[in-house]
Design a protein around this ligand. Structure first.
Ligand code: TRP
Length: 362
């Protein structure tokens, strides 16, 4: 069996370091390990429209931003195929066939969808749930299966979509013919990386709350954001015992810090455990730790910023990467669409003609 990796993001804003540790870094690792036959990364503009239909400009403006973010973290077109969802016509067609295999109550049971309905206010009487929005998990199943992808690197909020996809694959293969590949979610193994909290200690980084560190932030912006991070409100004087729980600086260190960082920036300690011990027994100020975290983040972000600058000067190239990737994506998805139509029996080809003739001749 082939190993085909597929994942994607909605282009609704620039990517931040939560996306970075939660998925981008893992994608770069997968890409560079090279244990796959194809790797696809999709910019999910059609899906983004399902809850941004009133602000299509926002989606349009972020397509190249997100692609630049991908390229700047080290994903490269020679190893990864980048494409735009709306440029692959087979996807909505495949979605249509899958819609028959899922009930409305099943769609509404999806915990991520439920949560988004609340967040978007679609549960308010004056608004209501757009059909396109409720349907997006089915369209995501089309995204995944159209490429016969078996490895789907995602954050844990996407698990219900993979589950829905698996159910569709099972139903389809049972009902028609074994043509769809069963996908599997691939989560980052560091728990903290699955959902990095915002710099204010809120549950999730969110552009609208303004608690994110973006991959495009300047050195100065990163410094400012780190220095104003939420720590431990009871840790007032240096002598006070510090607490780690809910202390975002330590959460970020858990996500980013490696022993080598101590050697390089803070040789007083050998590892994070030693630093934590000192902090919790008292005598260690927040700002020293914040500066250390800043060094670590900068080490990661500086090369990303450099690469981005280079690509920003070559927008023709960036645009071509997307167009060529989309052409290739179409070849794959059209092939699967053909298999799907044949499996259902809505392929009206020579075999079909022969069948009718036989019927009439007998
Ligand atoms: N739902 C994903 C998100 O919100 C984006 C997405 C669309 C996706 N299609 C996908 C992710 C297929 C993985 C596989 O980020």
């Amino acid at each position: 069996m082939k190993n085909i990796i597929l994942t994607g993001d909605r282009p609704t804003g620039r990517l931040h370091i939560g996306h970075y540790v939660g998925s981008l870094k893992e994608r770069v690792r997968l890409q560079n390990e090279g244990n796959y036959d194809e790797m696809f990364i999709m910019i999910a503009d059609s899906q983004a429209l399902t809850d941004n239909f009133g602000t299509p400009k926002k989606v349009r403006n972020n397509v190249i931003e997100v692609l630049l973010d991908y390229l700047s973290v080290g994903l490269t077109p020679d190893k990864t195929t980048f494409f735009i969802q709306s440029g692959v016509n087979a996807l909505p067609e495949i979605t249509t066939y899958y819609m028959n295999l899922v009930t409305l109550p099943r769609l509404m049971r999806n915990p991520t969808v439920k949560n988004e309905i609340k967040m978007r206010g679609f549960d308010e009487e004056s608004k209501g749930i757009p059909v396109g929005f409720a349907n997006y998990p089915i369209s995501q199943a089309a995204d995944i299966t159209a490429f016969k992808a078996n490895i789907i690197p995602v954050g844990d909020d996407q698990l219900p979509m993979i589950e829905q996809t698996r159910e569709i694959v099972k139903s389809f293969n049972n009902l028609y013919k074994e043509v769809l590949i069963m996908p599997k979610a691939f989560l980052p193994n560091n728990e903290i990386c699955k959902r990095l909290p915002g710099t204010d200690g809120k549950e999730k980084m969110s552009k609208s709350i303004g608690n994110c560190i973006f991959l495009t932030d300047t050195k100065e912006e990163v410094y400012k954001k780190v220095m104003s991070m939420y720590t431990d409100p009871t840790h007032i004087r240096i002598e006070d015992k510090g607490h780690l729980e809910g202390n975002i600086v330590f959460t970020y260190l858990d996500a980013f810090c490696q022993n080598e960082h101590f050697k390089k920036y803070w040789p007083e300690y050998n590892n994070l455990d030693e630093l934590k011990k000192h902090y919790t027994t008292g005598g260690l100020g927040d700002s020293k730790i914040k500066k250390f975290l800043y060094e670590i983040l900068e080490e990661e972000l500086a090369p990303i910023r450099e690469r981005r600058k280079k690509y920003e000067k070559n927008l023709d190239e960036v645009y071509n990467i997307l167009m060529e990737g989309t052409n290739k994506a179409n070849l794959f998805a059209n092939e699967t669409l053909k298999d799907i139509k044949e499996a259902i029996g809505i392929d009206y080809n020579n075999k079909f003609l022969k069948e009718i003739k036989e019927k009439y001749e007998s």
